[in-house]
Design a protein around this ligand. Sequence first.
Ligand SMILES: [Zn+2]
Length: 224
Amino acid sequence: MKILTVTAHPDDEILGFGGSSWVLTQKGNEVHHLILSGNVDVRRHRPEVSELFADIDKANKEVGSTFELRDFPNIQFNVIPHIELVKCIETVIEEFEPDLVFTHHPMDLNDDHKHVSNACQAAVRLFQRKPVKRIKGFYFMEIPSSTDWAFPLGYGGFLPNTFIEIGEEGLKMKLSALSKYQGVMRAFPHPRSVEGITGLAAKRGGESGYIYAEAFQAVFQGLE
Ligand SMILES: [Zn+2]
């Protein structure tokens, strides 16, 4: 299977999908990440851009995934025309031909995540408009310190209904990959702490009967 994730920032792909990347690539699947603000220039506590590229590379090698970067501006996706984001994602869908697509939840606290999610929702319909490979599944993922930090205002938050078991090894590889990113991990009780990541994986495992899991919200599935 070919799996594509579409995220805003370097580290989202590991925070939301790091354990799953490791498990799925170990089983022979291909996991590729499109990171739309790959040239992040407004990051506090973050390294120089050249160091960031090295961090992205190291983190993804750790869990077996590949990636490509675009340079949309960090925390400014609100001023980018929707159509630009959609076209960018559509191009990668045409080239990579994924079976499954994962992206941000549209209610995440981070504004870039909302815009990426909305653009991705439009882009995954491409196979119904053009003769490109059918997408069999489309899912929202959860990003600690963004999905969980959205305020419960009644617009429909993250509803986990799909789980991937990552096991102790997958959790270890996820934490190891996150440690390659300078400035991402924080002290507990921040959600991006070893305790926060481990606790969330344990909670999602408890919900699904798995030994540690990453949770997703299925948006669209075509069974064949
Ligand atoms: Zn992000």
